[in-house]
Structure formats: structure tokens, C-alpha cells
Design a protein around this ligand. Structure first.
Ligand code: SAT
Ligand code: MN
Length: 589
């Protein structure tokens, strides 16, 4: 008898009409074949899917150029299709499930004609962990199939586990006509289904990423008592060899990957990497919060990644072996067949093709697309934590939330308690980046860096955070960071990158109550005496400036937060309104 998966795959094939169906086993041989297909056979918009790069300098790496209209997540075409609009909330685009399915069925009819449908069975999370989720995605492009093999635990092991059971998470993806007018990324939380058509790019197409691990998983977490968050997971080793674990949420393209692989400027301190994008957080039997990364790969922003800003990532990208490394929409050095992007080297190589494959002329445009990406396995990362594959995850001492703010928000501060931390996270704002297709540099509220990824009403999401806090017997402290504060001349006040270890050190010491802090209206900022300044080559006054609170300038922040909170009406927990009133009173005194 056909299993549940086989039946579903058959049904999808009947609808999409591929020329062949290939069940992926995740083997190296299969990956080689996918690459060959992408180089020699499959075409997207008349162009090959992969170009081979210089394997001496960048082993097993390939360049992919996506359609020029398809270079970032498209939030306006992303929908949550729950039967209740109210449950979906004003933070999501909503469509009734029946209507959405009608549209998607129409767009999907025969959409894989002439193409191969790849069936990708995968597990999100360690297969031996009770929190792992079994998933199957179908796709009609070798780029997505190969990328999913890097990004998830994909192949026969997953398929065996899925076996004949029902209840696996389904992802149906087709690049369709690659036409923005016929592009949708639809989520059906009640059916455990993501249906995406018309885009081959990143978060729109690698469905294990934002669609499953955040939008669907956040809803599952709400119902099952855990949290799916847009967070990195890191271990900080001190000179004595103690390791403390932190999670940190930052919006896309705000330095999460750099923080996840930070090379410390302080002697004796080391950062161990467990994840650079997504964390699933559960309450352990010991009453602490435990984190694990459901993914297996990095899908990071290339521009700005350099031997100075993130040497570990550059080394990771050059360590392609069993898993290939894919570059998407970077430039190409035609003399050496190497990938290139802004800041990788200080000068432009003499002969470059830009991200669209045209001759690059400096000064006219960007060589690499600002949201160009790399895809690489975590197993290539020299700083990968030994705990990465621990089914239990790691116990968390502190939660960091942050955004990109040119002014107002201090380099680091600590919330007074869990409820105050959730409130401060709920009113968090960030300037938009190129990770999504919209105008960049606009300030928008982005609570917990989850605005584009919370799969249900964000008012209920805040209540869920409060509830989790009450259940934790030893709740981690909640901190806020902002690496991006500028001075009056528009220059960054804080050097960032490897120096961020000083902020992490203060945070860890605060979780152990061994470093000092000063109380302000918004939270606790470092007491300069307990902040590590040794060897830092910026004046102490500048550091103090990064901690400063301009109490007179918070009017706009309060107004924006107030109207943001209002959107959620009765779903907004009363506790956060109370916190708002307290802060407003303090700031207006
Ligand atoms: O395009 S993705 O959503 O996968 C990456 C990101 O925006 O963080
Ligand atoms: Mn992300």
C-alpha cells in the first residue's frame, strides 16, 4: 500500500505534471548529479542554474544567478492562510484557505511541465531530539534541491523516519513562471503545509528556513508550549574554559552571522557556533530554557563578509568538501573564476561580471547584489560547537535582542526582569535592509526580529512569551544590543565585529551578577568600570556615549510603539500596556 508521502507526491505530480519524479537520498553522488544537471541541462530563464567556480581556491563551490526580479524575500506576496483572520493577526497578510488553495491550484496546474520534480525528505532538528520535525518538500529546480541538502538533514534517514506515518510537514515549491504577478508564498498552519510558487530565491523557496522553521513552527510552538525564534545560538568560552550559552535575535542582514562566528579580540575568550539564524527554545525539566538549531547550514549575506569582519565565515566558505558551497548573485572574477562581493577584498579585481552576468563598471552599480548570499554546511565551520548535535540542545543563560538603529538605542542594556524584557522586545524597532524587497533604511517596529516571521497574531505571541517566562524556574536575563549607533557626523560609534566580545563578556557577567550596571529609565546599562576597555582603541568617552540615554528624545519612539501596540487591540497583553505606562511616566517626568 502506498504510504502517506507517496500518495501526496503522486497527487502533486498529477497536478504539476513534471517530466520525471526523483526521490532524493541525500548522497554525495546524488549531489554531484544535481550539480551536473544545474551546469549542463537545467535552464532558468534560458540560463544555466550553476557555474563552476575555482575549486583550488574555493573547493566544491558554484555560482547561481537568480532571476533579476527574484533576489529577496517578498513580504507582500507572503500569506498566512488560517481559517481565522483574527488568529493570523495584523502582522501577516491573510487569505482564506479555500481561496488561497484555489489560486495556488490554478497557478500550479502543469507548472512543472518539462522539469524534474525532486522529492526532498528532511528533518528539522536533531533526529534524536523529541522536538525534531519531519518534513517533505518537493521542488522543480536543482538549485533548491542542492541548497536543501546543505541547509537541512535531508535524505534516506529522514524518509525512513517518516515511513508510513502521516502528520509530516509538507512543502510544495515550484519556480513556476518566475513572474512577480504569479508569485505567492502561502502558509496553511492548519494543514502543516507551505505552498510557494514563482520564486526560486532563499526564504521564498528553501521552505525549511523561514516558512517551516519560523512561520509554521512559531504557531506549533504557541500550541505546544515552546518558542521558534529568529535567533543565533552561541557558546562563549572564558579563559578558564567555562562555556555559557546565549541566543540573539537580530533582523535579517544586521550582522547575525558575524556574531555567530565572532573571533574574539579579547585574549582567552572564544565563541562557539551553534546556529546563525533560527533557534527552537524549550523549557527543560530543570526549569531552564534550552535551545537547538533546526538547520544544518548557513544562508548568509555575502557583501560585507571579509577576512576582517568574519574570518571564520570566509574560511568556512573555502572548506567545501562533502557539501558544496553555493554563491547566489555574487559577482564573478573572470580572470580567476572566483566569486567576489563588495568588501571581500579592498580593491575591485580588474575583470568582474556583476551579479547579473554583465561586465562590471566600477561606480555605476554594485558588483554583487546587496542581498547576495552564500549557502554552506555548518560542518565546514571551524568554530562549530561540540554540542551542535546534542539532541537536548544547550541551556541558555541570556537572551539578546537587537536592531539596526542609527541613534537613540544604547550599545547594550539589560531589562529589569522577564516581563520588562518582553515589553522592550515588543517595542523594538529596526531600520530595514536589503534582505527583503522593500525600501531600505526605513525604521519599522520589528519585535524580537520576528515581524516577517511570526506565523500568528503577534499580540498572542507576546502573551506566549510572558507565559513561557512564568513557567521557567530559572529564566534567562533579557538584553538589548545596537551595534549601529552613529555620532553627529554619521560615523559608527562602536567598532563592532571582534570587539563585540566585550559586550558579550559584560552580558555573561551580568547573568552571574558579577559585573556592575547603572539603572536608567529603559533598563540597566554597563557601569563603565565593569566594562572591559583593555586594548580597545577608541576613547573611553565614545564608549560612554554608546551607553547614553537621551531621555528627551524618546517621544517618537513611544508614539510609534503605542500605535504599533494598538494594532493588536484586545490581543495585546495587559502587562505590556502596564509596562508602557510605567516607561511613559518615567520619561515624561
Ligand atoms: O531569504 S531568507 O529569509 O532565507 C534570509 C533572511 O532574510 O534572513
Ligand atoms: Mn534570518
Amino acid at each position: 500500500m502506498a504510504s502517506e508521502v507517496e500518495k501526496w507526491v503522486e497527487e502533486v505530480a498529477r497536478q504539476t505534471e513534471p517530466k520525471a519524479v526523483h526521490w532524493c537520498d541525500g548522497s554525495e553522488q546524488e549531489a554531484r548529479r544535481l550539480i551536473e544537471i544545474g551546469i549542463k541541462e537545467e535552464k532558468i530563464d534560458g540560463k544555466p542554474v550553476f557555474t563552476e567556480l575555482n575549486h583550488t581556491k574555493w573547493p566544491n563551490s558554484y555560482l547561481h544567478r537568480s532571476h533579476p526580479s527574484d533576489v529577496a524575500r517578498t513580504e507582500n506576496l507572503t500569506f498566512i492562510c488560517h481559517s481565522s483572520k483574527e488568529t493570523t493577526g495584523p502582522n501577516n497578510n491573510w487569505m482564506a484557505p479555500e481561496e488561497a488553495k484555489k489560486i495556488m491550484s490554478r497557478l500550479s496546474r502543469g507548472c512543472m511541465k518539462g522539469r524534474t520534480m525532486y522529492v526532498l525528505p528532511f528533518v528539522m532538528g536533531d533526529p534524536d531530539s523529541s522536538s525534531a520535525k519531519l518534513c517533505v518538500q518537493v521542488t522543480d529546480t536543482s538549485y533548491v534541491a542542492l541548497s536543501m541538502r546543505i541547509m537541512t538533514r535531508m535524505g534516506s534517514t529522514a524518509l525512513n523516519r517518516i515511513g508510513k506515518q502521516s502528520g509530516f510537514i509538507k512543502g510544495l515549491h515550484s519556480i513556476g513562471a518566475l513572474d512577480p504577478a504569479r508569485r505567492f508564498i502561502m502558509h496553511f498552519p492548519e494543514d502543516n503545509l507551505v505552498w510557494s510558487i514563482g520564486s526560486g530565491y532563499g526564504g521564498n523557496a528553501l521552505l525549511g528556513k523561514k516558512c517551516i522553521s519560523l512561520r509554521l513552527a512559531s504557531w506549533m510552538g504557541f500550541n505546544e508550549g515552546w518558542l521558534a525564534e529568529h535567533m543565533i545560538i552561541i557558546g562563549i568560552e572564558d579563559p578558564k574554559g567555562n562555556i555559557d550559552y546565549l541566543v540573539a535575535a537580530l533582523p535579517s542582514a544586521c550582522g547575525k552571522t558575524n556574531l555567530a562566528m565572532l573571533r574574539s579580540s579579547l585574549p582567552g575568550y572564544k565563541v562557539w557556533t551553534l546556529g546563525d539564524d533560527i533557534a527552537w527554545l524549550r523549557i527543560g525539566e530543570d526549569g531552564r530554557l534550552w535551545a537547538s538549531n533546526p538547520e544544518m547550514g548557513f544562508f548568509g549575506v555575502a557583501p560585507g563578509t571579509s577576512p576582517n569582519t568574519n574570518p571564520v565565515m570566509v574560511e568556512t566558505l573555502k572548506a567545501g568538501t562533502f557539501y558544496p558551497t553555493i554563491f547566489t548573485n555574487t559577482a564573478l572574477d573572470t580572470d580567476t573564476s572566483e566569486p567576489w562581493w563588495e568588501d571581500l577584498t579592498s580593491a575591485y579585481p580588474p575583470h568582474l561580471l556583476d551579479w547579473q552576468g554583465n561586465k562590471f563598471i566600477p561606480g555605476q552599480n554594485k558588483a554583487a547584489h546587496p542581498n547576495s548570499r552564500f549557502t554552506a554546511s555548518v560542518l565546514q565551520c571551524a568554530t562549530l560547537s561540540k554540542k551542535f548535535n546534542d539532541p537536548a540542545g544547550v541551556p541558555i543563560s541570556g537572551i539578546i535582542l537587537g536592531g539596526r538603529r542609527s541613534n537613540l538605542i544604547p550599545l547594550v542594556y539589560e531589562s529589569f526582569d522577564w516581563q520588562h524584557g518582553v515589553f522592550s522586545g515588543a517595542m523594538m524597532g529596526s531600520e530595514t535592509t536589503a534582505a527583503a524587497a522593500h525600501k531600505t533604511g526605513i525604521l519599522r517596529r520589528d519585535p524580537m526580529a520576528m515581524l516577517p516571521f511570526c506565523g500568528y497574531n503577534m499580540g498572542d505571541y507576546f502573551s506566549h512569551w510572558l507565559k513561557i517566562g512564568k513557567k521557567l524556574r530559572k529564566a534567562p536575563k533579557i538584553f538589548f544590543v545596537n551595534w549601529f549607533r552613529k555620532d553627529a557626523d554619521g560615523k559608527f560609534l562602536w567598532p563592532g565585529f571582534g570587539e563585540n566580545i566585550r559586550v558579550l563578556k559584560w552580558i555573561i557577567e551580568r547573568t552571574k551578577e558579577i559585573s556592575g550596571a547603572k539603572e536608567t529609565h529603559i533598563g540597566l546599562v554597563p557601569d563603565i568600570k565593569s566594562f572591559e576597555l583593555d586594548g580597545l582603541n577608541i576613547p573611553k568617552e565614545n564608549v560612554e556615549k554608546t551607553f547614553s540615554i537621551d531621555e528627551g528624545k524618546w517621544d517618537n519612539e513611544l508614539n510609534e510603539a503605542e500605535s504599533f501596540f494598538e494594532k493588536f487591540g484586545p490581543h495585546m497583553p495587559a502587562e505590556l500596556h502596564e509596562e508602557f505606562d510605567i516607561l511613559e511616566k518615567k520619561l515624561k517626568l
